[in-house]
Ligand binder design. Structure first.
Ligand SMILES: [Zn+2]
Length: 529
């Protein structure tokens, strides 16, 4: 560490006035005048509530490759263009499958007592054959031996396919609005970084095939119901009070979201635990349960490409180098998913708006990418990283030129809570720049640097190929959480998101003007330093 001098800044061509610079390290200058402009723009004239409300209220859910998503991305392209971003485009990343959109759901218990019910079709399942009145029976098969008990008895029925969900009352609690000082300190002091292992999020969402061949996989269960001629399959697996959690048809990822796979399935509907459990308990008494169901879904006729949406603020003397920010734009389909991840998208758009509004002139090009295919397993970001940056460890694609000209990627996807610090992702070499850039944001709660790494979202594909990529350390926020039918505008703390956009803009701007690109793990690969 050494004192900066005016000569050093002039030598590196930085548009930073001497009086504005308090950083101790010329590699990571802090432009306090720009920080002030960003704070005024982002905290006093925020555009975030308007954009966020439009996305959650008017646009709504955005399942990967659905017509909903395509229309939403077309809006996004218009919005980013209107903001003055350059090179705005929907960039294809893979032949994904056929589109799938839910257009209508109607669900009721008719007997023994009338009650409307709340449920949503599982993605990539067919609709019902019009409005159907069906008897519901229990057939929550678990092992191969269970199949014999139900074989020949399910034709034309509504199947209660899962055991009663255990309703978790703790979900009603409002959560911890902030991490406590003790928690933040312990994150800071948690200095031993374990080697990377399997990601718990994805192993939970897509459980591996059971090693015991007697235990049925979700796809095998569904296949049985189809073979037996069941009319619809009902399920409830989350146990979150009042909430429906439902994802995609078992096997959809294997058949690549195909039309054939969808149409050869049976309609599958996820229901709130209370409504589902009630039917289950009545049926278990031997009292007939009659339901009325109508689901209309729209299926594309051919395989189409899924897209990410990109946009840039061109850099000046280092325009060939990139600093990136992003969040996944795709959601599950039962709500606007205000927290997961419309909140992250709103922060990225607002950070870019702020940088344009204050007239920031980055040296490096700032590129924002709003991903797709994240919920199905980071498809958009992984394909993007491989295409644009390559992978030095993979001889089939190698390292692309842009790999060495990349500085860093910043992502948000851990809910709508405010940033309290940042995870180093095991990269001690970025501690100095992050500490310098956080200093003028300390009053906003940015206080903690944790050396730990985090996973489960779109910074992972960058990190996996050795590129610096980060998530901020976010406060926990109560509410309904992601992946439910209850994730709307109303439970989102907008002021926390405004702060996040300011912090994001400050980080991105400083990464774009620093002398060097951000160092990689091990301190290597510092191009053109
Ligand atoms: Zn997410």
């Amino acid at each position: 560490m050494y004192q900066p001098s005016l000569i050093a800044f002039v030598a590196f061509g930085l548009a930073v006035a001497e009086a504005d610079v308090t950083a101790q390290d010329t590699r990571w200058p802090v432009d306090l005048d720009m920080v002030a402009k960003i704070r005024e723009e982002g905290l006093q004239r925020s555009g975030l509530p308007n954009t966020f409300s439009y996305m959650t209220d008017v646009i709504g859910a955005r399942l990967t490759n659905s017509n909903d998503m395509i229309q939403a991305q077309e809006w996004l392209v218009r919005e980013m263009t209107r903001m003055g971003l350059e090179n705005v485009a929907r960039e294809p990343f893979m032949d994904y499958g056929v589109s799938w959109d839910n257009e209508y759901v109607s669900l009721h218990m008719l007997k023994p007592d009338y009650s409307p019910m709340v449920g949503y079709p599982i993605a990539h399942t067919p609709g019902t054959d019009g409005r159907q009145q069906l008897f519901a029976v229990i057939a929550d098969v678990h092992t191969r031996a269970d199949l014999e008990r139900y074989r020949g008895n399910l034709r034309g029925l509504a199947i209660l396919s899962t055991p009663p969900a255990i309703v978790d009352q703790r979900r009603f609690e409002t959560g911890t609005p902030r991490r406590t000082d003790e928690e933040l300190l312990s994150l800071e002091q948690d200095v031993i970084v374990p080697p990377p292992g399997p990601d718990p999020y994805f192993s939970g969402l897509y459980p591996p095939t059971p090693s015991n061949p007697e235990i049925l996989t979700a796809a095998q269960k569904l296949e049985f119901y189809v073979q037996e001629g069941a009319a619809v399959v009902l399920e409830s697996s989350s146990g979150w009070p009042g909430a429906v959690r439902g994802f995609a048809r078992a096997g959809a990822k294997i058949d690549r979201w195909s039309r054939e796979g969808t149409l050869s399935s049976v309609p599958v509907i996820a229901i709130t635990p209370e409504h589902y459990n009630r039917m289950y308990r009545i049926a278990a008494r031997g009292i007939p349960v009659e339901v009325e169901v109508e689901v209309r879904n729209r299926h594309g006729s051919e395989v189409t490409q899924a897209h990410n949406v990109v946009g840039e603020i061109r850099g000046s003397d280092r325009a060939g180098e990139t600093v990136m920010l992003g969040a996944h734009f795709d959601t599950w389909h039962a709500s606007p998913n205000a927290s997961d991840n419309t909140s992250g998208v709103a922060v990225m758009l607002e950070a870019m708006r702020i940088l344009r509004a204050v007239g920031a002139t980055p040296r490096r090009t700032i590129r924002v990418v709003l991903w797709s295919g994240e919920e199905q397993g980071l498809w958009g970001s992984r394909a993007y990283v491989r295409k644009h940056f390559g992978d030095p460890q993979d001889p089939t694609i190698g390292k692309k030129d842009a790999y060495d000209r990349f500085s860093a990627y910043f992502n948000q996807d851990y809910g709508p809570g405010e940033y309290r610090g940042i995870w180093l992702q095991g990269n001690e070499h970025v501690r100095a720049p992050f500490a310098a850039w956080m200093e003028p944001l300390r009053d906003m709660g940015m206080s903690t640097i944790s050396p730990q790494g985090v996973g489960s979202t779109d910074h992972v594909p960058f990190d996996e190929v050795g590129l610096p990529a980060f998530q901020f350390l976010q406060a926990r926020v109560g509410g309904t959480g992601g992946h439910t039918n209850l994730d709307f505008f109303d439970t989102i703390p907008l002021d926390q998101l405004k702060k996040n956009a300011v912090i994001m803009a400050v980080f991105i701007y400083h990464a774009s003007i620093s002398r060097d690109v951000l160092p990689r793990k091990g301190g290597t690969d510092r191009p053109e330093g």
